[in-house]
Design a protein around this ligand. Structure first.
Ligand code: HEM
Length: 125
C-alpha cells in the first residue's frame, strides 16, 4: 500500500535530526545553569523542550538504524519512522509553547507505533 522512502532519505533524516538535536542541546546549554531557565528544571515547558532535544537525537538514531535494517523495504514502517521522527520534536515544542496543543502528540505517537508494529510484523513473517 505504501511505497518506502529510499534508504538515503532515512539516512539524511537521521543525520539531520542528530544535527538538530545537538544544536538544540547546545541552545539549552546556554541557559541550563540559570536557576529559573524556561521556568526551572521541573517546569513543563523546560521538560518538553528537553524532551524535544532527546527525541530528535533518539529518533535520528532510529532512522539511521532503520535505513540499514531488512525492514527498510516496509512502506508503512518507512513512512511512520520518517513522519514520527520529524513530528515528535515539533509536538514537544508546540506543547512547550502552549499545553492546549496537547493533542498534536497523537500524530507522532500513532506514526511511530504503526512503524514499529509493521517493521516487527515484517521481521517475524
Ligand atoms: C552536542 C551534543 C549535545 C548537547 C550540546 C546536549 C546538551 C544538553 C543539555 C544542555 C541538557 C540539559 C537540559 C536541561 O537542563 O533542561 C541535556 C539534557 C539531556 N540530553 Fe543532551 N546534549 C547533547 C547530546 C545528547 C545525546 C547524544 C543524547 C542521547 C543519546 C542526549 C540526551 C540527553 C538527555 C537524556 C537529557 C536529559 C538529562 C536530564 O534528565 O537532565 N543528549 N542535553
Amino acid at each position: 500500500m505504501f511505497t518506502p522512502f529510499d534508504r538515503s532519505v532515512h539516512e539524511a533524516l537521521g543525520f539531520g535530526l542528530l544535527l538538530a538535536g545537538f544544536l538544540g542541546g547546545a541552545s539549552l546549554g546556554l541557559g541550563f545553569l540559570r536557576e529559573g531557565f524556561l521556568g526551572g528544571y521541573g517546569s513543563p515547558r523546560r521538560r518538553l523542550v528537553r524532551l524535544a532535544h532527546i527525541a530528535a537525537v533518539a529518533l535520528g538514531l532510529v532512522n539511521l538504524e532503520f535505513a540499514r535494517s531488512g525492514a527498510a523495504a516496509d512502506g508503512l514502517a518507512s513512512l511512520g519512522f520518517a513522519l514520527g521522527a520529524v513530528a515528535m520534536p515539533f509536538a514537544c515544542l508546540c506543547v512547550a509553547w502552549t499545553k492546549r496543543l496537547y493533542l498534536v502528540f497523537a500524530l507522532p505517537v500513532l506514526a511511530l507505533v504503526l512503524a514499529a508494529g509493521s517493521a516487527l510484523k515484517g521481521v517475524l513473517a
